[in-house]
Design a binder for this molecule. Structure first.
Ligand SMILES: [Mg+2]
Length: 261
């Protein structure tokens, strides 16, 4: 661990569960900063803008700048602009995503005028919104999803992720997204490494989901640590790491650092 210069930290299941902080996670982030390690957060959360996340961290007592955050919402807006230009977009997503899309120069339109469908979680998802998403999926030239998560760690247990909508649209139309931005895709991980200015072997990726965080870390050649403070638990981690094994497994972020000192 002495050669480690930087950490790429997941947010949900590592630092918090929904709006509730995980004390050991918050403590762990503070320790990392005290040690002078470089830190970026990479979050697949598709409902929060960077501004919202900065506020949330602040409410946990963590002083984190927008530059330290790579969020699926912002990364999606950037990816579309870089690869397709500024587009007319219909999205299933919430305010946080719309904020990032508009800030990037994209225009939010109704489903029948959209060049691009952007699928993301929406906690008010209903039949009407799914009908629009279905029609847009059948006609839009481009289809991008913010993240592939099937489930997310809510404060009182698992909640459906963006995968719920991707799955439903696939079942209805046979169409899968042209691009999925969040982890484990390399798109968002490369951006994190660029931001850190470090080589992959100097970086540890920490997360609570094997198929999301650990796979993402391995794809870009980083060391990986699974923490058991989110979706993956003590009871099920042995099954979870059968196919893809992290380099380390810890109860939480603080434990990881205690072993490091
Ligand atoms: Mg997570």
């Amino acid at each position: 661990m002495e050669d480690i210069k930087a950490f790429i930290l997941d947010v949900d299941g590592v630092v918090c569960r929904g709006s509730k902080p995980i004390p050991e996670g918050v403590e762990g982030v503070k320790k990392l900063m005290e040690f002078g390690k470089k830190v970026v957060f990479v979050s697949n959360n598709s409902t929060r803008s960077r501004k919202m996340l900065v506020e949330r961290f602040r409410s946990f007592g963590l002083d984190v700048s927008e530059e330290m955050l790579i969020v699926a919402t912002h990364a999606t807006a950037t990816y579309i602009k870089r690869n397709y230009g500024e587009l007319n977009i219909f999205t299933t997503g919430e305010k946080g995503l719309i904020e990032e899309l508009e800030e990037m120069g994209h225009k939010i339109t109704d489903y029948d005028r959209a060049e691009c469908l952007v699928v993301a979680s929406n906690r008010k998802l209903n039949y009407d919104l799914m009908t629009k998403a279905l029609r847009c999926c059948m006609t839009a030239k481009k289809y991008v999803a913010t993240n592939p998560d099937r489930i997310f760690p809510g404060w009182d247990g698992p909640i459906p992720g963006t995968g719920m909508i991707i799955g439903a649209l696939y079942w209805m139309t046979g169409r899968m997204p042209d691009a999925v931005i969040g982890k484990p895709s390399e798109i968002i991980m490369r951006e994190a490494l660029d931001r850190l200015g470090c080589r992959a072997e100097e970086v540890v990726v920490v997360g609570d989901q094997v198929e999301v965080d650990i796979v993402a870390g391995k794809r870009v050649g980083c060391k990986t640590a699974l923490v058991l403070s989110g979706v993956t638990k003590k009871e099920n981690f042995k099954t979870a790491i059968k196919q893809v094994s992290p380099d380390f497994v810890f109860d939480n972020l603080s434990c990881l650092l205690d072993s490091y000192i």
